[in-house]
Every structure is written in structure tokens, then in C-alpha cells.
Design a protein around this ligand. Structure first.
Ligand code: XIL
Length: 382
């Protein structure tokens, strides 16, 4: 006879067996079919960024949520240059390696983010201070060493790299300058440095999808940003630079004070995606979340507004079958970078609700909107 006690013992024993874990997790999931499964049926991979801290990679419940929902991850910070080489020549691969090992054990693939982040404030501090003068070759050697070291370290385990991140200044649509681009001033400037970044990535990771990643949106505040990105992509295409895809960060919602125009913003967004894909680039959504700063404080209203904004954006963006990866920048509200990002806070200072799960890891309307958008999107190319 099975007593309550033996049943509990059996369950406790089963929970220790790794092979039974997915079954238990699926049975316990209140939200039904996993997002990665809905995505997979259409030829899409679904995933998220994971941060190395205590409340993400360090939290077993959060890790279990990621394993349940995702087939692809990216490190939120751990593969950035300043994380991998915080002091010159002093490499620190362990945090990113630990995450990659976990991803592989959990049958998730991992993207690389990023080899070059163009805003000077995000370069390693030791590099931002560097003055190469007119010594372009010294800057080139440094770039080569970085790409060689990182790409050799990861080899084919990383199959997609954000090679260059955020090269365009949204204020004027021009290429950003930093310690590296300045060394290329005698040539064509920043575009030469970007071109070299992709060529190096191709040389040391010839198997990999090479991506240009940026945060332009469809609103009027992003007009110059979109134009600058398209102009850069056109120039690189002309040069035969090995870039395969455009990464759409997709930090959507309200950011600046430009008015939201609804349909018109989506029209501009579609026009932008049409132009990028017409040049032959594939697309990825690399960092999706919804900034709710202009939505009401009331949680039900806010969550509904976030879900509606997501659905509008995803219906357009996922309609491109060239888009085959969809990653969020965090699965749950409490770990979102937006909670501490001071560029676009809520006036009422309430915590933001930009993610599909809340701080207790309960699914929100945004999760439903994501699931619905993926269920209705066209299937990807084989
Ligand atoms: C953010 C991280 O989420 C933060 O933890 C960090 O302090 C700054 O960078 N665009 C990108 C990401 O490409 O790398 C950024 O990540 C968010 C915006």
C-alpha cells in the first residue's frame, strides 16, 4: 500500500534524478506549452539574456524558468570586452564559461555579445584611455588580438556573434567615435574600423553568424538612428564586409519624449526592416523588453498596455521569415536592467514591469502576448 509517507519519499527521490526534472517542471508550469516549443514549431529559437548575478544565474528558480522556456541564451554582460579583459592582458573567462557550460548541459545554444561596443563608455577603461595617435596599425593589432583570443577561446561553441554593437549616434545618425575609431582617422574613419571588426570575426570564427546589433526603434525620435544604420549597412555591403544579420535590440515602449504615433511608428519600422532585408541581411530580435514609463501605475492596466505594445511590435517584426532568433533582455521584472537604468525612469519611481514574468516568477499578460504572436506568425524558412 502506498502511504502518504512513501509517496513523498518517492517524489523526493524522483526530484533528485536529473532526467525526471523536465517532466516535473512541465507538469508544474502554470502557463502551458513552453515558449521555446511554440517557437520551434515555426522554425524560430526563443531565449533570453542571463546575467551572472545572484538573482539570475545564481538563482536556481530563475535558471529553471530559463531552461523551461528557452532554447537560446546570451550573457547579459559576461562576454563583453570589459568583462573578459578588465585589465590589459588579464583575461577572465570563468563567469562566461560557467554560463556556456550550463547552457550546453541544458541543451540551449548561446550567442556571443559582443566583440566591439562602440560607445566609448563601454570600452574597457584601460582601452578608452588609450591614444593611438596616427598609429592605425597598433589599433589594428589590438583589435586582432582581442578577436583572436575570444573567438579561439570559444571556437564553434558560439555560433552567432554580435560583432559590433551600437555604432550609430541616435542624435545625428553618424558613426560614434572612440579610442579605436580615432586611430583610423587618416583613412575613412570609424567605418574602416567597423569593416575590420567584421573581417577579423570572419577570420577567427568563420563558422559564425556575424551580426550588427543596435537599438533603433520606429518612433520619430529614432528617425536619424534608423537612417544612420541603413547608410552604414549599405556602405558595408558595398565593401563586401562579412556581415550576415542585423540584430534588433527591440527595447520597445517609451524612451524619449517624442510622441507615440501608433500606426505611423509601425509603418516606419516596417519600412526600415524592408530596407535592411532588401540589402540581404537576416534579422534577429536580440534584447526585447517593454519600457512602461508612460503607462499608468495601476498594475492591471500597465500589464495590459505592455502586452498590447509587444503584440503590435511582434506582429510586424515576426512577420519577416528571415528572422530566426528571438531573445528577451531578461525573463522577469525584478532582474531587468531597466530597474536601475536612469536614462528613462518612471516619473512615479515605481518598479518597471517590462518582462513576461513578475518578481515571483508568475507569468504576466506579456507572456501570453509573446505566445500568441509566435502562434500566429508565419513559419520560418527551413
Ligand atoms: C546592459 C546590461 O543589461 C546592464 O547590466 C549593463 O550595466 C549595461 O548594459 N544594449 C546592449 C546591452 O547591447 O549590452 C545592454 O545591457 C542594454 C542595451
Amino acid at each position: 500500500m502506498t502511504t502518504r509517507r512513501t509517496m513523498l519519499q518517492a517524489l523526493a527521490g524522483a526530484a533528485l534524478l536529473p532526467s525526471s526534472l523536465p517532466v516535473l517542471a512541465a507538469a508544474a508550469a502554470p502557463e502551458g506549452e513552453a515558449l521555446k516549443e511554440i517557437a520551434r514549431r515555426k522554425g524560430l529559437r526563443f531565449g533570453t539574456a542571463v546575467g551572472g548575478g545572484r538573482n539570475q544565474f545564481g538563482d536556481p528558480a530563475y535558471r529553471a524558468l530559463v531552461e523551461r522556456e528557452c532554447s537560446i541564451i546570451v550573457a547579459e554582460n559576461e562576454m563583453k570586452w570589459q568583462a573578459l579583459e578588465p585589465a590589459r592582458d588579464a583575461y577572465r573567462f570563468e563567469p562566461a564559461d560557467a554560463m556556456l557550460a550550463w547552457a550546453e548541459r541544458s541543451k540551449m545554444t548561446m550567442r556571443g555579445h559582443n566583440l566591439f561596443w562602440q560607445a566609448e563608455k563601454w570600452l574597457p577603461a584601460w582601452l578608452a584611455k588609450e591614444d593611438f595617435g596616427a598609429d592605425r596599425s597598433r589599433a589594428e593589432r589590438l583589435m586582432r588580438k582581442h578577436v583572436q583570443t575570444v573567438c579561439r577561446h570559444y571556437g564553434t561553441r558560439i555560433a552567432s556573434w554580435d560583432v559590433v554593437n551600437e555604432a550609430i549616434d541616435p542624435a545625428d545618425g553618424k558613426l560614434r567615435q572612440n579610442a579605436l575609431t580615432r586611430a583610423f582617422a587618416r583613412g575613412a574613419g570609424a567605418i574602416d574600423q567597423i569593416d575590420l571588426a567584421f573581417r577579423l570575426a570572419h577570420e577567427y570564427a568563420p563558422h559564425a553568424q556575424l551580426v550588427y546589433n543596435d537599438y533603433m526603434r520606429g518612433d520619430s525620435g529614432s528617425t536619424k538612428h534608423r537612417a544612420g544604420v541603413l547608410a552604414m549597412l549599405a556602405e558595408l555591403k558595398k565593401r563586401g564586409t562579412p556581415i550576415h544579420a542585423l540584430g534588433l535590440q527591440a527595447h520597445i515602449g517609451s524612451w524619449d519624449e517624442s510622441p507615440e504615433r501608433g500606426r505611423e511608428d509601425m509603418l516606419q519600422w516596417r519600412r526600415f526592416l524592408d530596407e535592411a532585408t532588401a540589402m540581404g541581411y537576416d534579422l534577429l530580435i536580440t534584447e526585447f523588453d517593454v519600457n512602461d514609463r508612460r503607462l499608468p501605475a495601476d498594475i492591471a492596466q500597465r500589464d495590459a498596455g505592455v502586452a498590447a505594445a509587444a503584440r503590435d511590435f511582434l506582429d510586424v517584426t515576426l512577420s519577416y521569415p528571415r528572422l530566426s532568433d528571438f531573445l528577451l533582455w531578461g525573463m522577469a521584472d525584478h532582474i531587468s536592467w531597466l530597474q536601475t537604468w536612469d536614462e528613462a525612469p518612471r516619473a512615479d519611481k515605481l518598479p518597471m514591469r517590462p518582462c513576461p514574468y513578475d518578481a515571483q516568477l508568475r507569468p504576466k499578460p506579456l507572456r501570453q502576448a509573446i505566445a500568441d504572436a509566435m502562434r500566429t506568425m508565419p513559419a520560418r524558412r527551413a
